[in-house]
Design a protein around this ligand. Structure first.
Ligand code: FMN
Length: 166
């Protein structure tokens, strides 16, 4: 089963999160994951993926315009029925716009008929609310959250019968 991790990143923080999410996915036996920038998406790989995990920096309290552009124009092929997860990178601890930015990405997924999974529950220090969030470069607890997101999405995607293009 394959998973596509699609990110936008200018200074590397979100790209590093994507790499950690990939590592988390590949903790699950039988799962192959690949990271790709919004500017270099492998459409065939995405078609064959059971899950898509999208990540972006927070710009002006929302997801970056590059991610929004990708959501609006990046693929004319269907994502319906795939499982979705989300991660964002920001500068300011709590209050930089993380939840709103995640919800904008989640809205893009829902409007394409995807099923969204946060990857965990609130109430733990390493918990995931809407998805993984990092302040700056993902280290320590922020890196853990990326790994947990990838592993959780991969585990759930493996359990479900999800449509993929052959
Ligand atoms: C145009 C612009 C707007 C930004 N707006 C916010 C913001 O509203 N809240 C915040 O916490 N960080 C904001 N940041 C900081 C970035 O989200 C942060 O540096 C992020 O880690 C960059 O990710 P990247 O290294 O993947 O490009 C902004 C950065 C830029 C360039």
């Amino acid at each position: 089963m394959q998973i596509a991790i699609i990110y936008h990143s200018e200074t590397g923080n979100t790209r590093r999160m994507a790499e950690l999410v990939q590592q988390g996915c590949e903790r699950v036996v039988g799962v192959q994951a690949r990271c790709m920038s919004v500017d270099a998406v492998d459409q065939d790989y995405v078609d064959g993926a059971a899950a898509l995990i999208l990540g972006a920096p927070i710009y002006g309290g929302s997801c970056s315009w590059q991610m929004k552009r990708f959501l609006d124009t990046g693929s004319r092929r269907t994502w319906a029925g795939k499982l979705g997860g989300v991660f964002v990178s920001q500068r300011y601890p709590a209050g930089g716009g993380e939840s709103f930015g995640e919800m904008v990405i989640i809205g893009g997924m829902l409007s394409r008929g995807m099923m969204v999974y946060s990857g965990g529950v609130a109430g733990r220090s390493d918990g995931l609310h809407f998805g993984a969030v990092s302040v700056g470069a993902p280290e320590g607890i922020f890196a853990e959250r990326c790994l947990r997101l990838g592993e959780a999405i991969a585990t759930r995607a493996s359990e479900l019968s999800l449509p993929v293009a052959s």
